[in-house]
Design a protein around this ligand. Sequence first.
Ligand SMILES: Nc1ncnc2c1ncn2[C@@H]1O[C@H](COP(=O)(O)OP(=O)(O)OP(=O)(O)O)[C@@H](O)[C@H]1O
Ligand SMILES: [Mg+2]
Length: 321
Amino acid sequence: MDEILRVEHLSKYFVKKQVFGSKHSTVRAADDVSFSVRRGEIFVLAGESGSGKSTIVKLILKSVKPDSGKIFYEGQIIDDKKRNTDKIRMNCQMIHQDPYDSINPRMTVMGIVSEPLEIHKFGNKEERLKRVMQVLHEVKLEPAEEIIKKYPHMLSGGQRQRVVLARALALKPKVILADEPVSMLDVSIRAEMLELMQELQKKHSISFVYITHDLATARYFGQRIGILYMGKIVEIGPVDQVLLTPKHPYTQALIDAISEPDPENLHRERKIRINTPTDEGIYHGCRFRARCPYVIEKCIKEPDLEMVNSEHFTACHVKLD
Ligand SMILES: Nc1ncnc2c1ncn2[C@@H]1O[C@H](COP(=O)(O)OP(=O)(O)OP(=O)(O)O)[C@@H](O)[C@H]1O
Ligand SMILES: [Mg+2]
């Protein structure tokens, strides 16, 4: 197995002060998270809002310091030494959900896409312009000669997200961490953007960590998937296996909630989405047990990820068919 990125036992707890009173509560945004991404693979991290998806990406890119755990890039541990953080930031690029989070509205497309090239001292001015034109063609922003002069507000939402993709591709990264990259786009252009990412992924053999709460795009885009629940991976495996034969009751509940366009499901989805980890007791034992229809006595003890088959693992004491 040729793996490019691996995280091992990554944890990050945040202490939150309650709005009223002096009480504090701890949120386990990432709790002993381990997974690996192979070269050229699309690995999906899926989970509801607040499950810790963005925190994991920030931990990988070293913009948030982990409480514990290790990150490996191409087999080498990435510690806090500058040369290591530079290496991961150069080779692993990020796409945010909201283009305005990563692009400066006062910069032209040329400035936005060439910025990472300047930061990492890529070539001279002429070579940078050449590279910018090249990536604009790759993301199908045409005519590129016109587009480079434009400001973000002069572009459509879809075009802006292509600029973000172009910026992420500029340094020829080996990994792209895409945090809900299409969720803010119109449904009509979502598929186009996903197709474009897929095309580029194949062409350059880029690995993706694709973050989403949407299992439909996860299935369309991904090869393997990790299901996150309150900071913990509760199920992991090939996308088709996990989504067609889910073994964790939480994965099943997520799938049930979206499987049919029934108004009743909206209510059910909302029920699953409510997630206020203010009660510390929630972290003792299986954290899904309060909502789990299959709960048994043993669930007071936290389940470990156990093998379903060589590639599929689930953390549940109840052995579902
Ligand atoms: N800097 C921070 N300080 C305190 N709590 C934080 C911080 N960042 C994240 N959290 C908390 O950690 C948990 C996980 O947050 P995170 O943003 O990683 O979730 P997410 O899965 O990306 O959610 P969403 O789908 O809404 O983007 C949440 O409860 C969040 O409130
Ligand atoms: Mg997020």
